[in-house]
Design a protein around this ligand. Structure first.
Ligand SMILES: [Zn+2]
Length: 182
């Protein structure tokens, strides 16, 4: 590890993590606090053409100091590696109006989906329904707090969600797959 010549406030050996979005801090969106929309953004580990940046699967990675966050003492790197992913889950649940009697559907039980299941449980959501194609992921979702799991190639997801909610439908749904429907 090393700090660049103009780095202030950080020194070699500091335990840090970083926001994967490298933003400029100058453009319209940055000045309005919407750094995720920065005109000049690069996102580490994201490969779409608009903001491609090599990821951190490397021995060393260089990032600007303004995206660093200091890790609390005692937090191991293995856990710290989950901070960004867990932040995505927290943020998405925090933006969603939920009540204690809410039913939420989580479409997709990859890492982010499983984290959302856990955050929903933590937030007090009454019923969590997880949906995926992979039975092993669904079993994990159940262990981590999902009340009901649906296998989307075997169950009639819409009918089951309607049944579970007295035909009202879910109060909230999280799309955590990220692929276009064909
Ligand atoms: Zn910007």
């Amino acid at each position: 590890m090393a700090a660049g010549a103009d780095v202030t406030g950080w020194k070699t050996g500091d335990a840090v993590t970083f926001d994967s979005t490298v933003y400029c801090g100058q453009c319209y969106f940055c000045r309005h606090g919407q750094i995720n929309l920065c005109d000049h953004r690069r996102v580490l580990g994201v490969s779409c053409e608009a903001y491609r940046q090599h990821g951190a699967m490397a021995d060393y990675v260089a990032v600007p100091q303004h995206i660093l966050y200091r890790l609390p003492a005692g937090l191991g790197f293995e856990r710290a590696a989950m901070v960004e992913a867990l932040s995505v889950a927290f943020h998405s649940v925090q933006r969603t109006p939920l009540a204690l009697d809410s039913t939420a559907v989580v479409m997709g039980t990859g890492m982010i989906g499983l984290l959302i299941v856990q955050v929903l449980r933590y937030a007090g959501c009454r019923r969590i329904i997880a949906v995926d194609l992979d039975a092993r992921r669904l079993e994990l979702a159940r262990q981590l707090g999902a009340d009901q799991v649906l296998k989307s190639d075997a169950d009639d997801v819409i009918a089951e969600v309607m049944r579970a909610t007295d035909q009202r439908g879910a109060d909230a749904a999280f799309e955590v797959v990220g692929i276009r429907q064909r």
